[in-house]
Design a protein around this ligand. Structure first.
Ligand code: ASP
Length: 334
């Protein structure tokens, strides 16, 4: 009898511990308008977003942790030419690619990042390796590539990341910049000049949050420019005591306004909901300052927010009830 009782208690405690799982992803924010997109392209994006969010969710469903779920979802987008991360990354001024990525674990506040790397096939995998296999948080350039090689991560030629579409976008941006010489002042009305960074936030059945972001940066960037995506607190942040955030948008603003950390701080110290905190930072502060972009936010209860101040943001989620959403434009109701 006592044995049966003990087994029952054990089973009960296991069930009680099995917390809700949830995941949210983004594939970039920017001038994404229905009028500029063919039906075919739109479907391709929706399909890839749905597939990516399911890849991450499958990890969580099998009892995997939030970090692995974030990596699975992001890698699926890094491998797709649709997004500005991995294959399909934007071109630099010199017609090459320089990639940035970061990842953070909400339980321990451990984090890892790579910046300005040009030969690592999956920058998010490299960021995770930096977090788990080195004593550092951020590695850059050739040094980061040597580290990735040592960790036996897959290396590729820089041209692996090439796509015709991004090359055309570079030429358009350069033509606009002839009298300007400043990549960051390109007007956002250029239809090809979308952002397209990818990111994910996840909550696993242990109640742990994680966040990750991966990008090719901004078209025509030069002089080793690094954006917000590999910067912990700007493009990525995760803390079980508040929330997990991944950002996409005009990086210079996201760095100056330490967007991801600011959102988490509002949740943590002011008791704001993720929706309130996200709205304050993205729709009020950042919009007023002229910083275009958006974020995905998830807290340890599974509350989700996806605020952005641009025409669209590629985004998808699976909430604690298992409900799947895939959206692109701003007029698709949350
Ligand atoms: N935030 C990225 C950067 O500034 C760009 C993006 O989100 O697409 O590098």
């Amino acid at each position: 009898m006592r044995k049966i009782f003990a087994v029952l208690m054990f089973l009960l405690s296991v069930t009680a511990q099995a917390a809700d799982i949830a995941i949210v992803i983004h594939g970039g924010a920017g001038t994404i308008k229905k009028a500029n997109m063919s039906e075919e392209t739109e479907q391709a994006y929706r399909q890839k977003l749905a597939e990516s969010v399911q890849k991450g969710y499958a990890v969580l469903k099998q009892g995997g942790n939030s970090l692995d779920a974030v990596v699975a979802a992001i890698q699926n987008m890094e491998n797709s030419p649709l997004f500005n991360a991995g294959k399909g990354a934007v071109f630099t001024w010199d017609e090459t690619h320089e990639l940035d990525a970061s990842i953070m674990e909400g339980k321990t506040l451990n984090a890892g990042a790579v910046a300005g790397v040009s030969r690592i096939k999956s920058p998010i995998a490299a960021a995770k390796a930096v977090m788990e296999k080195s004593v550092h948080v951020m590695l850059s350039g050739v040094g980061a590539e040597h580290f990735a090689q040592q960790q036996q991560l897959e290396m590729v030629d820089n041209r692996y990341f090439d796509t015709d579409r991004r090359r055309e976008a570079l030429h358009k941006v350069k033509a606009k910049l002839l009298n300007n010489d400043h990549a960051m002042q390109v007007s956002q009305d250029m239809t090809d000049y979308k952002f397209g960074t990818v990111g994910a936030v996840a909550l696993d059945n242990q109640g742990n949050l994680a966040a990750g972001t991966s990008t090719g940066g901004m078209t025509a960037k030069r002089w080793g420019r690094i954006g917000d995506s590999p910067i912990i607190g700007a493009g990525t942040y995760a803390d079980n005591a508040s929330c997990a955030v991944s950002a996409t948008g005009h990086g210079e603003y996201f760095i100056r306004y330490h967007v991801a950390a600011d959102i988490c701080a509002r949740v943590k110290y002011q008791g704001k909901s993720v929706a309130e905190a996200g709205d304050e930072v993205i729709s009020q502060l950042l919009a007023k300052a002229g910083g275009d972009g958006g974020v995905i936010i998830l807290d340890s209860k599974g509350n989700i927010a996806m605020p952005f101040n641009t025409a669209g943001m590629y985004r998808a989620s699976i909430d604690t009830q298992g409900k799947v959403t895939v959206k692109i434009y701003s007029d698709e109701v949350e």
